[in-house]
Design a protein around this ligand. Structure first.
Ligand SMILES: *[C@@H]1O[C@H](CO)[C@@H](O)[C@H](O)[C@H]1NC(C)=O
Ligand SMILES: *[C@@H]1O[C@H](CO)[C@@H](O)[C@H](O)[C@H]1NC(C)=O
Ligand SMILES: *[C@@H]1O[C@H](CO)[C@@H](O)[C@H](O)[C@H]1NC(C)=O
Ligand SMILES: CC(=O)N[C@H]1CO[C@H](CO)[C@@H](O)[C@@H]1O
Length: 349
């Protein structure tokens, strides 16, 4: 009898010691599922004085890793019970009994984590709080060195979509900070992409993660010499990149994607005392035709097309102030329009 109650006491002790148990790394594999808190609490109610913080990781390196898909179901009842979810970008959401609603999903990109802290007060209120975590093996994308000189750096994450892996990703590493020009925010696909992220750094070594839907300007400057970009599969998420020394000479208008422009849509650039640059990229193939060029300001200090990115190894292709013959076909995949104190418009296709 004594032995029996001793064993019982041990069992109780081991359950209560384990309530805050984290997901063991060894248990993370493709299609594995976890319930937090421990399954007995997940399917029951939270004890009083509960206070656990779960770190839900999506472990990864540049060649191998997982995404985590977390479903948070708030069934808190006690007026003083709460949960705090810290997202991959560091933003915090507090959930209480007053904020009940349908379960909320968090998708954790490879290399990142979220935390979920669940707190109940001393009175047992039959609160529930369920966190279900599903792991999926990720397809880790390419790691590219930034090209230098006359070559432009650009990428379309949508081209990596395989319809199965949740995220597509690519990393660029350079020798200085990287200026990335993300898809024009007028693009609804982009604005609607809650699960598109920019990581300042590499998968293994980064300082911060941003949700692109919450970057209110559409350019991004890394603080490290690398950036990693993620998109949800199926999103045509396109961007160009420039080393900071190249980018900082200009104010950036935007860049244009041939396949996202309607055939009759015009590009307009407004007069500005700053030197401005616009990178035009055909993301699909070689060949850009320019037509209907019009300079509409009385003064036009500068309006030129240079090859590649606006680098001093790029070459002057056309001076737009000399009334060049239009349409003009460039047998190129990309070029840059540089202008200053000049309002101009044209079409590309
Ligand atoms: C919960 O635990 C954390 C970490 O141990 C502690 O810092 C915090 O004060 C606790 N909160 C409550 C409400 O007990
Ligand atoms: C990534 O992790 C896997 C599994 O741990 C390992 O086999 C592989 O060598 C790692 N790759 C790199 C580039 O570190
Ligand atoms: C061209 O490149 C050289 C060498 O990197 C640099 O010193 C110079 O400032 C650059 N010129 C311009 C106009 O950017
Ligand atoms: C201004 C600028 O970015 N210049 C760069 C152009 O490309 C060459 C060759 O890669 C670099 O050395 C320059 O720094």
């Amino acid at each position: 009898m004594l032995l029996k109650s001793f064993i019982f006491a041990l069992a109780v002790f081991s359950i209560s010691a384990d309530v805050c148990q984290q997901i063991p790394d060894s248990q993370i594999y493709d299609l594995s599922t976890f319930f937090l808190p421990t399954p007995d609490i997940y399917f029951g109610t939270l004890p009083a004085n509960f206070n656990c913080t779960y770190k839900i990781k999506a472990p990864a390196n540049s060649t191998y890793g997982f995404s985590a898909h977390v479903l948070v179901d708030n069934g808190l009842k006690g007026a003083n019970d709460y949960a705090v979810i810290t997202d991959v970008d560091g933003s915090k959401t507090t959930m209480t009994s007053r904020a009940a609603g349908p379960p909320i999903r968090y998708n954790v990109v490879p290399g990142a984590y979220i935390t979920v802290q669940i707190v109940t007060k001393s009175v047992l209120m039959n609160s529930k709080f369920k966190v279900k975590v599903d792991y999926h093996q990720a397809k880790m994308g390419p790691v590219n060195q930034m090209k230098t000189g006359g070559e432009m750096n650009f990428f379309d994450l949508g081209k990596l979509s395989d319809g199965y892996h949740y995220f597509n990703t690519v990393t660029f590493i350079g020798t200085e900070q990287i200026f990335a020009y993300l898809t024009d925010f007028k693009d609804e696909d982009f604005m609607g992409c809650w699960d598109c992220f920019v990581m300042d750094g590499t998968i293994e070594n980064h300082v911060k993660i941003y949700r692109t839907a919450e970057i209110y300007q559409y350019n991004f400057l890394s603080t490290t010499n690398a950036i990693t970009v993620f998109s949800t599969t199926g999103k045509p998420f396109k961007f160009t990149l420039n080393p900071l020394s190249e980018a900082r000479q200009f104010e950036w208008d935007s860049y244009y994607l041939l396949d996202s422009l309607r055939i009759d849509s015009a590009i307009e650039m407004f007069s500005n005392p700053q030197l401005r640059a616009t990178q035009v990229v055909n993301f699909d193939t070689t060949g850009i035709t320019m037509a209907h060029l019009a300079i509409t300001s009385d003064v036009c200090k500068k309006a030129v097309i240079v090859s590649g990115p606006p680098n001093n190894s790029s070459q002057l292709l056309m001076d737009l102030t000399t009334n060049p013959e239009m349409p003009h076909h460039f047998d190129l995949q990309y070029f840059t329009v540089i202008h200053q104190d000049c309002t101009l418009g044209f079409m590309v296709y």
